[in-house]
Design a protein around this ligand. Structure first.
Ligand SMILES: [Zn+2]
Ligand SMILES: [Zn+2]
Length: 777
């Protein structure tokens, strides 16, 4: 029978050259899932890709070579970008391997390769054929530093100091009105003045006309219910465009558009006296001019949220541009339906997606004025500008290097064409990963692997990666991209604040693994906190992880000394000792709990549960109680065989339960315990199931549990009397109810031996539930 597929939507990182602790958290989570599912018998599809394109690479290449991207032919620039990217992929790949992630490297891909262009371009054509793509003139967020359009998801808000200028406008009908604005340099692009129709002070103004100072265009005064009467004077100007609010009002009131800001952020000829100035310069100049003419009544210093480009922090301008768009707003209902069909871990992360999808008021602009990106497979008729799309069978194409699939323009018959120079937004590449990971379009198994089982991601990219994945897969395949969204939180710095290189709370992975085993770092990732919560990086968690690894090595070393490479078949016994039955039951509960925790992605609870069992049940109690049988009894004694079989079973189980978390340590111990026998890797062993115990297990377990309790009590007493544990004592006194004393009978030898006592004295307690134990000297 074919094993069922379990598919993982491994994030394709942007090759920045650093695999940081946030990545460690993310990759540790889903690597544990991959290992767990593999051990459960799934055929785990676990690829790794690299999301190569993008602005930061272009900026890095420019910086490194001291050039601007347009200084070189695009191909030359691309070559530099590829070289840079390959170098950083290598560094990050090494880091992923060092972390012990069980990636299938035969499925590695890079979005900068033409084989990946093929997928992005094909998905574009499919969406175009479904009527979900259009080219249009539309306001876009524009970064004047990077000279490219950017999407809403790339816009950040930053608190900045600014000015609120109060300016007098004359009315055409006589009289004047005072408006307040933070963008006085946009006066030449003022297309209307607005007041709130409910504002008694200005109701009479609606329908009148204002004369824009200095530039003298006459604009209507309109009523707009979104105007805040409490802002400034309660009278505002509408410009094309100061911000997204202007965009909304211009559309609603069908106002004209006056474009005055150029792609480089300088004002153009339509800005009159401000032409040629940058926005900052224009702002200073216009305030000065207005002042000279006595048109400024007041300037207030304010702090306000300014929209900036997330990469370079330059304030966004809103320009009107001919761009390619995806009709994401038309897909919102289907996105919301899809979000409902997905299991979100933790569940509240779903709302982040829903809120984002509902908040979008623009379509997604997918064209970018960049070089290092997937080419848009389109040409334009030189005469009438009709776009000509590539044919699917010709993909991948670079329109700058090949000819369109038609000889003449179907509209006007012209035989001359020009290529599309723009490239796709990088999210057009990475929003396909679910289908691509499943093997789309060429692998025969892709429909079986799709939708993807697990989409792991950070809480900070729900509004980009998760959102775009859902939009695109719903649009292209009429299907959800993934069944489960596993969202990890952010890694906080050593001081509990957001980790940042500027805050001196930044720790690199290299620093950690130069001091501790890499499994101790993984231990931190799993044990650091609940799945989905922000996880602080704490050295003491890593130290504790290292301590636990040592504890595990020591316990397993002790066991292997006695087991001597024997297999469980050689050790099989009919009659298990009560203390062995007790530890096996404890182990069975641990298996059940850990399995459930892992099914629920509760990594920290799973790991803590195993650790407690190993450290505080197995090491602290069981090993102490079993030593005497291991050291003193003959190999053929069934009591010793019972101990050895149990020891083997517990150690084997513990290692397997820990394998998804601590892959290096468990494999090393597992192999060394095989003592040279050929055994397959622990990572392809079957996930442990509870062992079946004989019919009288319940009674035996009760005996074993009571014996362990008594040993613990008497040990505490011995310690409190200042007697070292190995020091012989004449007698252990056990006081318990009649039933309990009977239960203890098969374990008297164990109690004596564990306490190094020559004798055990049993005293019947008045109360059945009373249990006491102490040593007498
Ligand atoms: Zn920028
Ligand atoms: Zn034409």
């Amino acid at each position: 029978m074919k094993r069922p597929i379990y598919s993982i939507d491994t994030p394709p990182p942007y090759p920045s050259g650093e695999f940081h602790l946030g990545n460690v958290l993310n990759w540790s989570y889903f690597d544990a899932v991959a290992r767990f599912k593999r051990m459960q018998g799934y055929n785990v599809l676990f690829p790794q890709g690299w999301d190569c394109h993008g602005l930061p690479t272009e900026c890095e290449v420019e910086k490194q070579h001291g050039i601007r991207k347009r200084d070189l032919p695009p191909d030359e620039f691309r070559k530099l970008a590829i070289k840079w990217t390959e170098k950083y992929i290598n560094i990050m790949k090494k880091a992923i391997i060092r972390l012990g992630c069980s990636i299938d490297w035969s499925l590695e891909y890079r979005t900068m390769d033409p084989s990946y262009w093929y997928r992005t371009q094909l998905s574009f054509l499919i969406m175009k054929d479904k009527g979900l793509i259009y080219r249009g003139k539309h306001p876009v967020n524009w970064c004047i530093r990077c000279e490219t359009a950017i999407s809403d998801a790339e816009v950040e808000y930053k608190r900045e100091k600014g000015i609120l200028v109060y300016i007098r406008f004359q009315l055409e009908e006589g009289g004047e009105v005072e408006i307040a604005t933070t963008r006085p340099e946009l006066l030449p692009a003022c297309v209307a003045v607005a007041v709130n129709p409910a504002d008694e002070r200005y109701r009479d103004l609606i329908g009148k006309h204002a004369i824009v100072p200095i530039f003298n265009q006459i604009v209507s005064i309109i009523g707009e219910r979104e105007v805040d009467p409490g802002f400034g004077t309660g009278v505002v100007m509408i410009c094309t465009y100061g911000d997204k609010v202007d965009v909304r009002w211009v559309a609603r009131h069908k106002l004209p558009i006056v474009e005055i800001v150029g792609e480089d952020g300088r004002l153009n000829g339509r800005a009159g006296i401000l032409a040629g100035l940058t926005i900052r310069e224009a702002r200073d100049k216009i305030v000065e001019e207005l002042r000279k003419r006595g048109l400024v009544t007041k300037i207030e210093k304010i702090e306000h949220d300014v929209a900036v480009h997330d990469r370079c922090k330059t304030p966004i301008e809103i320009l009107v541009k001919e761009q390619w768009f995806v009709k994401v707003r038309a897909l919102t209902n289907r996105v919301l339906e899809a979000a409902d069909r997905i299991r979100w871990v933790p569940p509240h992360m779903k709302h982040r997606l829903i809120n984002w999808a509902k908040s979008l008021d623009w379509d997604w602009v997918i064209s970018r004025q960049r070089i290092f990106g997937t080419p848009i497979p389109v040409w334009y008729c030189k005469n009438c500008k009709t776009p000509i799309f590539a044919r699917r069978e010709d993909l991948p194409v670079d329109p700058k290097k090949s000819m369109p699939p038609v000889k003449r323009c179907p509209k006007c018959g012209t035989s001359e064409f020009e290529p599309e120079e723009d490239t796709f937004d990088t999210w057009m590449d990475s929003s396909l990963t679910c289908a691509v990971h499943a093997g789309w379009p060429e692998k025969e198994y892709w429909r079986r692997a799709f939708p993807i089982d697990l989409h792991p991601s950070g809480s900070d990219i729900i509004r980009t990666w998760a959102y775009y994945l859902i939009v695109r897969h719903v649009a292209i395949f009429d299907e959800i991209p993934f069944k489960i969204a596993l969202i990890n939180g952010m890694v906080l710095g050593t001081d509990g604040r957001k980790m940042s290189k500027h805050l001196r709370n930044y720790v690199t992975v290299d620093e950690v693994v130069s001091k501790y085993p890499v499994d101790a770092l993984r231990y931190w990732a799993f044990a650091g906190g609940a799945t989905g919560s922000d996880i602080p990086f704490r050295w003491k968690d890593v130290e504790h992880g290292a301590k636990f690894l040592r504890k595990l090595y020591n316990a397993m070393y002790f066991a292997s000394l006695h087991l001597n490479g024997k297999t469980p078949e050689e050790l099989l016994v009919k009659d298990l000792h009560p203390i062995d039955v007790w530890i096996l039951q404890e182990m069975n509960h641990t298996i059940e709990k850990v399995t459930k925790y892992l099914e629920d992605f509760a990594f920290n609870e799973a790991l803590v549960c195993i650790e407690k069992f190993v450290w505080h049940v197995f090491c602290d109690h069981y090993i102490e109680a079993v030593k005497h049988r291991l050291y003193r009894l003959d190999d053929t004694d069934p009591r010793k065989k019972s101990a050895l079989w149990t020891l083997h079973t517990v150690c084997d189980t513990v290692l397997k339960l820990l394998a998804p978390f601590l892959p290096h340590t468990t494999e090393e111990i597992y192999m060394s315990m095989a003592e040279g026998r050929e055994v397959p890797s622990i990572h392809i062993a079957r996930w442990p199931k509870p062992v079946e115990l004989p019919g009288d297990a319940a009674a035996k377990e009760a005996s074993g549990r009571l014996a362990i309790e008594i040993i613990a009590k008497a040990r505490r007493d011995k310690a409190s009397k200042g007697i070292a544990l190995p020091t012989p004592v004449p007698v252990v006194v056990v006081e318990a109810g009649k039933e309990r004393i009977k239960l203890l009978e098969p374990c008297i030898e164990d109690i004596k031996a564990a306490l190094h006592a020559s004798d055990v004295k049993l005293v019947e307690a008045a109360e059945e539930s009373e249990v006491r134990a102490w040593v007498e000297t």
